[in-house]
Design a protein around this ligand. Structure first.
Ligand code: ADP
Length: 161
């Protein structure tokens, strides 16, 4: 049983994230999507809301997917849930430098856990949660870029601000 963890902020979950999930479940038997609880990042959505959006968005995949939250060191959390692989998505070159640093540090902290990178789908290479939040706040149309559940939460939140 190969168990992988896909960590991130998912603020909110986008079609770019879902593309990575869809491909990861073809490689691994079990996938835990782990939402980082980090109030310093000042997220638009609470951890619970982010988890709810992911849960609804991954339902159609009918796979062994758990949605969880974590804080602290990712390698510690990965060990606690008995996963052996970290999955991350790689977009344009801008992700590379940061991801390279983190993966080297994680390997130093815990050599048994490896990180696997899946290249972003061409149509989602320039898609980020941050960009989606900006477009939604300004009243732009995000359909086709996020699952329906994220569009719904964004609309509700944008109308309140
Ligand atoms: P973080 O704050 O950890 O970067 P994100 O939610 O922004 O959290 O991203 C989580 C993971 O998903 C990261 O590995 C990121 O590179 C990847 N990711 C985000 N958007 C996309 C996308 N459009 N295509 C592929 N991977 C993506």
């Amino acid at each position: 049983m190969k168990h992988a963890v896909y960590p991130g902020s998912f603020d909110p979950v986008t079609n770019g994230h879902l593309d990575i999930v869809e491909r990861a479940i073809r490689i691994f038997d079990r996938l835990t999507i782990a939402v980082l609880t980090n109030p310093q990042k000042n997220p638009m959505f609470s951890t619970e809301d982010r988890m709810d959006m992911i849960r609804e968005a991954v339902k159609p995949f009918h796979a062994d997917i758990q949605v969880d939250a974590f804080h602290g060191l990712l390698v510690d959390y990965t060990g606690q849930i008995d996963a052996s692989v970290i999955v991350r998505g790689l977009r344009a070159v801008s992700d590379f430098e940061f991801e390279f640093q983190i993966s080297l540090m994680n390997r130093r902290l815990c050599p048994e856990i490896d990180t696997i990178y899946l290249m972003s789908a061409a149509e989602y290479t320039y898609l980020s949660s941050g960009l989606i939040r900006e477009i939604a706040i300004l009243g732009g149309d995000v359909s086709g870029l996020v699952p329906a559940v994220s569009a719904r939460y964004l609309k509700q939140t944008a109308s309140r601000s």
